[in-house]
Design a binder for this molecule. Structure first.
Ligand code: PLP
Length: 270
């Protein structure tokens, strides 16, 4: 007998990789879901081997394993929102796309995960084309950083104008909405500007929104892309609009970065 437990919280699913150190991936996703009072369910795409310094390797799940993880969950409960993180192989991407196309899973918030901050490839090169072709047209939102947006579109991003161009291109490729995150642009081009501004651009059916905030420098913070996309999915699961979800998620990540920055400055002060 299946015991149906009443659950007032929206059920939000992450399909992502395990970073055993907890800085990024599925652990960061679950933390964000809990913060926004959602009940997490988590489907694993890959076990990576890493610590705060580097990624040392990974063993990926198969398409069959993904199916076997997802089916029992969706047979029992309705998933209110879906976040997709590390999807390392063509097989995994096609399996997930099938579930979404058959409406067994909701349109996802996709965080394209291509490389770790330390430079380790987290997706096989041929899978990027499949992500672009088979998954992006199903996206509720896609949240690339600058290098990921450049790889997906071929647009060279140098400033705010080119961020908009890339966002438009990604919408033309079929994503319902696109959030291009300017963090990497600021790291490369704006370091001597004061105060440094963090700029993200959102393109959606309702128009364009530019989010501006103070850039908070905390080089050791990892997994901010995971946190942001999961927080957005959680807020969408709670019934917030897309723009409200992005705003709330950005505040959540800014607070997390500030917390690390304060902890680090406490450690260096005498
Ligand atoms: N490992 C996993 C499983 C991830 O999902 C991600 C990013 O999404 C990373 C590593 C990379 O994180 P970082 O950019 O902080 O190195």
């Amino acid at each position: 007998m299946v015991l149906e437990i009443e659950n007032a919280q929206p059920l939000v699913m992450t399909i992502a990789g395990l970073d055993p150190s907890g800085g990024a991936g599925i652990i960061a996703d679950v933390k964000a879901f809990l913060h926004f009072e959602c009940t997490p369910v988590a489907v694993l795409t890959s076990i990576t081997f890493q610590n705060s310094e580097a990624v040392f390797g990974a063993i990926h799940e198969s398409g069959d394993s993904l199916r076997a993880q997802i089916l029992p969950l969706i047979q029992e409960k309705r998933i209110a929102a879906l976040k997709l993180g590390m999807m390392p192989t063509t097989e995994i991407i096609l399996e997930i796309a099938g579930f979404i196309r058959e409406r067994q899973l909701p349109a996802p918030v996709i965080d394209p995960v291509f490389q770790s901050s330390s430079g380790y490839d987290l997706i096989e090169p041929d899978a990027i084309d499949v992500l672009r072709r088979d998954l992006m047209p199903l996206a509720r939102l896609i949240t690339p950083n600058i290098p990921e947006a450049e790889i997906l579109t071929g647009v060279t991003i140098e400033d705010e104008q080119t961020m908009h161009e890339a966002a438009e291109r990604l919408r033309e490729m079929g994503a319902r909405a696109v959030l291009v995150k300017g963090g990497h642009l600021i790291r490369e081009f704006g370091i001597d500007a004061s105060p440094i501004e963090a700029v993200d651009v959102l393109h959606a059916a309702g128009g364009e929104t530019v989010f501006r905030g103070e850039w908070i420098e905390a080089p050791s913070v990892r997994g901010t892309g995971c946190m942001l996309s999961s927080a957005i999915a959680a807020c969408l699961g709670q019934g917030l609009s897309l723009a409200e979800s992005v705003r709330a998620a950005k505040n959540y990540v800014a607070d997390a970065i500030r917390f690390v920055q304060e902890t680090e400055s406490d450690q260096v002060s005498p």
